[in-house]
Design a protein around this ligand. Structure first.
Ligand code: A3P
Ligand code: MG
Length: 263
């Protein structure tokens, strides 16, 4: 294999290789001690990605969920934003395939490359060749909203009821955004807490594929900020974005007017 790889290929290859290491770790370790498996998974993948980026892209900064946040990144031109194991909880549960490895590159204010590997599903999506969005979705089909299986935003059930939509609970932000990319769901919505590494890589691929990506108030998702908190997100097929942003505003306003409306 050629050692000269562009940034898209580096993201794809590192996310894929880290995923292979995580699959081997899972097979070796088993599921009897989930907490040990989670800790080993986070650490193994972080160390592989951090050392590989140091070797392949020595001048670049790295922001990792599992690393020390070196604020030198704020003055850097290029920052790799990585989540070595997204969906850590699901990784430690036998039979689950909704966990991922995220590798993104931010350069001069923009996400410019990204890859999400879904090792237990045998696939990697990346900006090397972003997936083609499935054709216009059949209008008779119910909308499918994917959201956290363990921490869904409190308004999602009301949003789904209002739109006659089905909820598809799933672990990992990366796995959920891939579900939208691959036509398994139409919408991913989250609120209540998240960080830049949870969304940078899948958002890079989603944007390259033509999906809508924003905060739930419609404002831009921006990365490499002083505080890496990025607590809410909406990813959906582009033709749904205006309707969804209005609907989310509607259910949120009802919350403000009636604090007992939640749940
Ligand atoms: N309320 C919250 N506060 C902080 N992080 C949250 C969160 N809800 C979800 N996340 C993070 O977002 C990722 C996807 O969550 P979920 O599977 O619930 O959809 C997880 O990343 P990690 O698995 O990398 O920790 C999780 O930690
Ligand atoms: Mg994560």
């Amino acid at each position: 294999m050629s050692s000269i790889r562009n940034d898209h290929e580096v993201a794809r290859d590192l996310a894929t290789e880290a995923g292979q290491q995580l699959l081997r770790l899972r097979a070796r370790q088993g599921f009897d001690e989930p907490e040990v498996l989670r800790t080993l998974g986070d650490r193994t993948s972080h160390e592989f990605l951090f050392s590989s980026l140091g070797r392949l892209r020595p001048s670049d900064a790295v922001l990792s969920e599992e690393g020390i946040d070196d604020k030198a990144r704020l003055g850097a031109r290029r920052v790799w934003i990585i989540d070595p194991l997204d969906g850590t909880r699901e990784f430690s549960e036998s039979g689950r395939t909704d966990w991922a490895v995220h590798v993104a590159l931010w350069e001069n204010g923009e996400l410019v490359a990204g890859a999400v590997s879904l090792p237990a599903q045998g696939s990697t999506v990346s900006t090397v060749d972003p997936p083609w969005l499935p054709d216009e979705r059949p209008t008779e089909q119910r909308l499918r909203i994917t959201t956290s299986r363990t921490r869904p935003p409190e308004f999602v059930q009301r949003l789904a009821t209002q739109m006659g939509a089905e909820i598809v609970p799933m672990g990992s932000a990366g796995a959920k955004i891939c579900a939208v990319l691959l036509g398994i769901a139409d919408i991913y919505v989250h609120a209540g807490g998240q960080y830049e590494w949870d969304s940078a890589a899948p958002v890079a691929v989603a944007r390259a594929a033509g999906l809508h990506t924003s905060r739930i108030d419609g404002s831009e998702l921006s990365y490499n900020r002083t505080n890496p908190s990025l607590p809410d997100i909406l990813v959906c097929r582009p033709e749904l974005s205006n309707m969804l942003l209005a609907s989310i505003r509607g259910v949120a306003e009802r919350d403000d007017a009636d604090p007992h409306a939640a749940g």
